[in-house]
Design a protein around this ligand. Structure first.
Ligand code: TXA
Ligand code: MG
Length: 332
């Protein structure tokens, strides 16, 4: 059985020591963040980083994000002073932002997948931020899921998938945002969003003259973008709420319907509604993102052969939610 820690006020220091020692010994630690759970190893250690790729079945050319506990730790691992507007960007840390920087030799080339850049992130979590600061180890970590599967937002998602492949697991509760960090590549004139997340285009426009999204299919800037992602095993389709309503009454209980509170109550009024789940208030994208991946997992473990999920208009943070939906599901 894998060792599971549940940090609290009493065992906090002990938990930090356990994580630090496991990382320094070359072990794999699964830890909570405000976005999704991470599968971490010492980013200076080739062998440990290799173990991450093996455990996840991750393609070797997809680099790992480097997690640190505070801003002053970055300079040991990356050329942070070169980054335009870093003084303003750092206000998002600790938080769901990953910034691509030129790397120093101190970080393993396995972690960076041979690139001369790395993504740096300072996660915001009551335990993990303090642990990373205290351990003073740069932690290379992708999301804690088998490659291609939805990221894990609570410990129960992880046990079956990765429980026997790691040395330590930290249970830090449910992840606040539920989707992965925003990954950006800043330059003097513009900021390119390689992966949208909870730090939005609008947030970045307050800092950069120009903000654009990396084009998929064009030159691959975030190598991870070319791979299949976040998908449930069963077929999932997304469509507008009006269409979902129509499909629901034609379906005769064969599929699972993943909807927002508003539609949930409407459908429930006119049916038994066993095959409907709600992922939150339609007007609250944070609630929706927090339950998105969990709903994919609910579909997979349900008796239903396929699922339908409500889509959203692409504005603000909903852009990030739709980015994941489009990768996980087919449009109807
Ligand atoms: O919220 C998150 O970012 C979570 C938690 C655990 O921190 N981590 C995460 O890692 O989502 P992962 O490995 O699943 O996704 C990392 C993404 C990939 O698309 C990868 O290609 C991109 O970031 N990336 C990492 N390093 C890069 C680099 N040097 N240049 C371009 N893209 C990079
Ligand atoms: Mg991932």
């Amino acid at each position: 059985m894998v060792n599971i820690l549940k940090p609290n006020n009493i065992n906090f220091q002990q938990c930090m020591d356990k994580c630090k020692n496991t990382l320094l010994d070359g072990g794999l630690v699964i830890f909570p963040t405000e976005t999704v759970y991470g599968l971490g190893a010492d980013a200076r250690n080739d062998a440990s980083c290799n173990r991450i790729f093996e455990a996840k079945g991750r393609p070797q050319d997809n680099p790992l994000i480097i997690h640190l506990g505070n801003f002053s730790q970055i300079k040991k691992y990356a050329f942070v002073d070169e980054i335009p507007h870093i003084e303003k960007l750092k206000k998002f840390w600790p938080g769901p932002l990953t910034v691509i920087m030129n790397k120093r030799e101190t970080i393993s080339n396995v972690a960076s997948a041979g690139l001369n850049t790395i993504g740096i992130r300072i996660p915001d979590h009551f335990f993990t931020t303090k642990m990373l600061e205290y351990a003073d180890v740069p932690v290379a970590a992708p999301s804690a899921n088998i490659s291609g599967r939805p990221s894990a937002t609570r410990i129960s998602h992880i046990l079956d998938e990765l429980g026997n492949k790691v040395d330590l697991l930290v249970d830090g509760g449910n992840c606040k945002y539920g989707i992965e960090s925003t990954v950006i590549l800043p330059d003097d004139h513009k900021c390119t969003i390689l992966r949208p997340g909870a730090i939005t285009e609008d947030d970045l426009k307050k800092i950069f003259e120009k903000v654009e999204y990396a084009k998929e299919g064009a030159k691959v800037m975030a190598p991870g973008m070319k791979y299949r992602h976040y998908s449930p095993e069963k077929s999932l389709y997304y469509c507008k709420p009006e269409k979902i309503e129509e499909l629901y009454f034609e379906d005769n209980g064969k599929s699972l319907f993943i909807v927002t509170n508003q539609l949930y109550h409407k459908l429930k009024k006119n049916s038994e509604g066993k095959n409907i789940i709600s992922i939150g208030n339609r007007d609250n994208p944070y609630e929706i993102s927090a339950h998105l991946y969990e709903s994919f997992r609910t579909l997979d473990s349900s008796p239903y052969t396929s699922g339908y999920i409500e889509s959203f208009q692409e504005v603000g943070y909903y852009i990030s939610i739709m980015n994941r939906l489009k990768k996980a599901a087919k449009q109807l």
